[in-house]
Design a protein around this ligand. Structure first.
Ligand code: ARG
Length: 465
């Protein structure tokens, strides 16, 4: 047996060096190096704790911390040389530490394994990512409520089946988006609680024989608690699945909003203008102003949904505890983070800047008999049963279709031909303003209700701190 070391970190029991292709195939450094800050923070906390419990001398601990901080600056300055032979971010940093400080560097890995290390890094990374996403969602929601307040009385057609249904206000529509995104926000806040649990101390899978103070490490890293079971700690990736599920729902909401922005900014709808800075032109058709940003957001939904399925499938049927499969968790998770962050930023800039074309919104509500239900309700108030009222109004609408007029454009005599109970007061009911003002129920589209809802949305936001 040869006594030459085949791999700096784990080559002791090997007699043959790793096949070059296998080394590249199994390496993760190309993508996990983005966790270098979390890896270093985790190592510093681990070293501090080892020194506190007397497993590491104070001088070794100080050398390790200083060395790791220097490595962090090397990485940030772009001077660090990443090596595929060293497999991953953890071994790259540890090898460099030993290169810089000598033997003390080799003591850092006491009572630790890459299995609890990587799970810790990933949780720290995701915690930071969630915080960044939450901040961007708050910014977007702030813009949304401002615009909703401003457009609380702007009338537009409300749709079902993409057909004009009843008039609503533009502010009300925007606050529907607010509710969708508020749920996403709360889902992420909730997900963060299960992200913020510390695996360190689980070591490879069974825990460790060193007298670690896991509560202390958790406190240093601002984790809520150390994990309760070492086997679960190194193998669990629920937190990544949960985040990606929340991200997929968020992206689904974004895709719906994007779809509306694309439709509304088209010449056919002409409900809104998007600022030029969010659009692009066509290389061949000079008249074009394409809504690229919402289209891309809509398109990016697909990859986040795909990452959710990838992570679920990755974890399916995995036996306890750590398996190398888990290395495949990072790329989907990182891409989900990048995609969501990019999309929230884009919408945070775009949405407050959309310009509603109030006249067109109003005209569109006028076409399409948006107040037909109001006329039926009016007849009900004159004690006609709703089903009969529905039938009567259906006939009025048919006359409107045939003569190309809205209900409000008919004469009183014409309307009375359908029901003698119709009086002059019907025209208030048939007006779009009357229609929206009448929907004064909690959660309804009446401008006063919308203003109230915008204020309570703003209060909710302000209380998030
Ligand atoms: N690069 C590995 C990963 O991402 C780190 C953990 C390796 N552990 C091991 N036992 N091979 O999962």
């Amino acid at each position: 047996m040869s006594d030459t070391q085949t791999n700096k970190t784990w080559g002791g029991r090997f007699t043959e060096t790793t096949d070059a292709f296998v080394a590249a195939f199994t390496a993760s450094v190309e993508f996990d190096r983005r966790m270098y800050r979390q890896d270093i923070a985790g190592s510093i906390a681990h070293a501090r704790m080892l020194a506190r419990v007397g497993v590491l001398s104070e001088s070794d601990c100080a050398a390790i911390i200083q060395g790791l901080e220097a490595i962090r600056s090397e990485i940030e300055r772009g001077e660090f040389v990443w090596s595929v032979e060293l497999e991953d971010v953890h071994m790259n940093i540890e090898a460099r530490l030993t290169e810089r400080i000598g033997i003390a560097g080799k003591r850092l890995h006491t009572g630790r394994s890459r299995n609890d290390q990587v799970a810790t890094d990933l949780r720290l990374y995701l915690r930071d990512a969630i915080d960044a996403i939450l901040a961007e969602i708050r910014r977007l929601l702030g813009g949304l409520t401002g615009l909703a307040m401003q457009e609380a009385g702007t009338i537009m057609p409300g749709f079902t089946h993409l057909q004009v249904a009843q008039p609503v206000t533009f502010g009300h529509h925007l606050l529907a988006w607010f509710e969708m995104l508020k749920r996403d926000y709360e889902r992420l806040v909730d997900c963060r609680k299960r992200v913020n649990i510390m695996p360190l101390g689980a070591a490879a899978l069974a825990g460790t024989s060193y007298p670690l103070d896991r509560d202390y490490t958790a406190q240093l890293l601002e984790f809520d608690a150390p994990s309760a079971n070492s086997l679960d700690a190194v193998s669990d990736r629920d937190f990544a699945i949960e985040f990606t599920a929340a991200a997929a729902i968020l992206m689904t909401h974004f895709s719906r909003m994007a779809e509306e922005l694309v439709l509304w900014s088209s010449a056919q709808f002409a409900f809104i203008d998007l600022p030029d800075r969010f659009c692009t032109g066509s290389s061949i058709m000079p008249q074009k102003k394409n809504p690229d940003v919402p289209e891309l957001v809509r398109g990016k939904t697909g990859r986040v949904n795909g990452h959710l399925v990838a992570l679920l499938t990755l974890m399916k049927s995995q036996p306890l505890a750590y398996n190398k499969d888990n290395q495949e968790d990072k790329e989907p998770l990182f891409d989900a983070v990048d995609t969501v962050l990019g999309c929230v930023r884009a919408f945070g800039d775009l949405i407050p800047a959309i310009y509603p074309r109030r006249d067109n919104l109003l005209q569109a509500a006028r076409r399409g008999f948006a107040t037909a239900t109001d006329l039926a309700d009016y007849l009900v108030r004159k004690s006609i049963p709703f089903r009969d009222a529905h039938e009567i109004v259906g006939k009025v609408v048919r006359l409107g279709v045939e003569t190309g007029r809205d209900l409000a454009e008919m004469t009183l005599a014409e309307l009375q031909g359908f029901s003698p109970l119709i009086q002059n007061d019907v025209f208030t009911v048939l007006s779009l303003e009357g229609s929206v003002a009448a929907r004064n129920v909690l959660g309804g589209t009446a401008p006063d209700r919308v203003r109230e809802a915008a204020i309570s949305a703003q209060t909710w936001l302000a209380n998030l701190g």
